[in-house]
Design a protein around this ligand. Structure first.
Ligand code: FAD
Ligand code: NAI
Length: 462
């Protein structure tokens, strides 16, 4: 039992980053985490393990499909699934231990256990009650459930089970063509599973640029993923280790069944607030179960803040981190700020898909005049050399002022390229500013410049 300036609840990217910034700003800080390791969803069962499996399965795909073309002959590697999982676990451990090290370095106490907030200024963990001038809730999210679908994390799994399957399934049904479904669906398709994605809407990755959606789906189909669109899943049934998924095609109003070794339920995530005692505290929530906060991330109860997946906004690690830093600064009496207009989103498939800012759809809805600069990776020498010519960069700029309003990239290293546009947007740059910036040759980044040139007098290589 001790007195703190700040107690953070949850050690995910929101919570641990917030705690480190609090400590750096001179505040006596503790973090309560109930999981056995630090890092939250992201490091333990989210961003990091999924990227490890994406990397391993992408390497296999390269060996199988592109090595021979470059004169690299020999037997393509076979998959040792146990070793691949061990590699993934090692990556997780390296990262979670890294956070432990950072906590020690910054003199942050890790209070192990599950926290309840009996009153403002108090955090209870087991039999101990700790005092804190400020409490920051960063309790994250959990997979959303689907009526009629019972998850056993063996045959019918969420992303958590999908990251540690006993064996590579021969067939997999993915419910939901969102980020998780397509990333993990790609992993298992590359490892040899017959993957069928069943999606409620007529498009994949809802909310994304329409052209990107179409190109992305075409490329994924070419990679062997099957899609059933406009389909509402009714139920799943498991018998003798196999699952049957029943869905209804909405337009035809017909019911269908599909069987698979594994079903991955990836229909979104919901805020996790169980056990915190928010009801008793009278903390205001949104209709979607998120904690309501003001501009300074403070809830309606003074001294209690919330950040990350548990509040509104995109459920992304970097959004949680930014809020963590900003909330820490607010608590320390400074002026923390997050620019919600410039939060990139990245899907780590091959090719990668990345976006920031407005879409054509959102600009049309807002009645804002805009221009489009687009450049295909086929015109980029580096991409062609690396078998990565599929995809494009699209920059949206204000029709009058040329100010960059958004960017949508599908192609090689899209998740890295997008940040050039993010920085430009933060500085209020015009498309011409990007177009006039010298870009090294031969790089993928030249495609971003060409798209910026396309907003003006035109690109060179198309
Ligand atoms: P979390 O990371 O969920 O952490 C919350 C922590 O709080 C947990 O460790 C939990 O145990 C703890 N906790 C909760 N309640 C209590 C309590 N009462 N007492 C003590 N501890 C408590 N985002 C990206 O930006 N990029 C990606 O590539 C990406 N990939 C993903 C892949 C998958 C498979 C999944 C599931 C998610 C992915 N995400 C990705 C989303 C990302 O993981 C989340 O947006 C991010 O982890 C949110 O951070 P957070 O700190 O808000 O919460
Ligand atoms: P999502 O919101 O991205 O996608 C869910 C999909 O399921 C949507 O396409 C939706 O239309 C569909 N769906 C909903 N109900 C359905 C039904 N009954 N039948 C069929 N389809 C249905 O959610 P997802 O993929 O579960 O990811 C959750 C969160 O995790 C996201 O908010 C995302 O931001 C985060 N995440 C981020 C990653 C990244 O940044 N690379 C990677 C993985 C997750």
């Amino acid at each position: 039992m001790a007195n703190y300036d700040v107690i953070v609840i949850g050690a995910g990217p929101g919570g641990y980053v917030c705690a480190i910034r609090c400590a750096q700003l001179g505040l006596k800080t503790a973090v309560v985490e109930g999981r056995e390791t630090l890092g939250g969803t992201c490091l333990n069962v989210g961003c990091i393990p999924s990227k490890a499996l994406l990397h391993a399965s992408h390497s296999l795909h390269e060996a199988q499909h592109n090595f021979a073309k470059m004169g690299l002959k020999g037997k393509a590697p076979s998959v040792d699934w146990k070793q691949m999982l061990a590699y993934k676990d090692e990556v997780i451990e390296g990262n979670t231990k890294g956070i432990e090290f950072l906590f020690k370095k910054n003199k942050i106490d890790w209070i192990k256990g599950w926290a309840t907030i009996p009153a403002a200024g108090k955090v209870q963990v087991g039999d101990d009650t700790h005092e804190a001038k400020n409490i920051i809730i960063a309790s994250g999210s959990e997979p959303a459930s689907l009526p009629g679908v019972e998850v056993d994390e063996k045959t019918v799994v969420t992303s958590t089970g999908a990251l540690e399957l006993g064996k590579i399934p021969k067939s997999m049904v993915v419910i939901g063509a969102g980020v998780i479904g397509l990333e993990l669906g790609s992993v298992y398709a590359r490892l040899g599973a017959e993957v069928t994605v069943v999606e409620f809407l007529d498009v994949i990755t809802p909310g994304m640029d329409g052209e990107v959606q179409k190109t992305f789906q075409r490329i994924l189909k070419k990679q062997g993923l099957n899609f059933v669109m406009g389909a509402a899943v009714q139920k799943t049934e498991v018998a003798r280790g196999k699952a049957k998924v029943t869905y209804k095609l909405m337009k035809k109003d017909t019911e269908h069944e599909i069987e698979a070794d594994t079903v991955l339920v990836a229909t979104g995530r919901k805020p996790y607030t169980a056990g915190l005692g928010l009801d008793k505290l009278g903390i205001e929530m949104t209709q979607r179960g998120q904690i309501k906060v003001g501009k300074d991330w403070q809830t309606n109860v003074p001294g209690i803040y919330a950040i990350g997946d548990v509040i509104e906004g995109p459920m992304l690690a970097h959004k949680a981190e930014d809020e963590g830093m900003a909330a820490a600064e607010q608590v320390a009496g400074k002026h923390g700020h997050v620019n919600y207009g410039v939060i990139p989103g990245v899907i780590y498939t091959t090719p990668e898909v990345a976006n920031v800012g407005e879409t054509e759809q959102s600009l049309k809805e807002a009645g804002r005049a805009y221009k489009v600069g687009k450049f295909m990776f086929m015109g980029n020498g580096r991409a062609k050399a690396n078998f990565a010519g599929d995809g494009f960069v699209k920059i949206l700029a204000d029709k009058e002022t040329d100010r960059i309003l958004g960017a949508h990239i599908i192609g090689p290293a899209a998740g890295e390229l997008i940040h050039e546009v993010c920085v430009a947007m933060e500085f209020g740059a015009s498309a011409e500013d990007l177009a006039l910036t010298c870009h090294a040759h031969p790089t993928y980044s030249e495609a971003v410049r060409e798209a910026a040139l396309a907003c003006g007098d035109g690109p060179i290589h198309s």
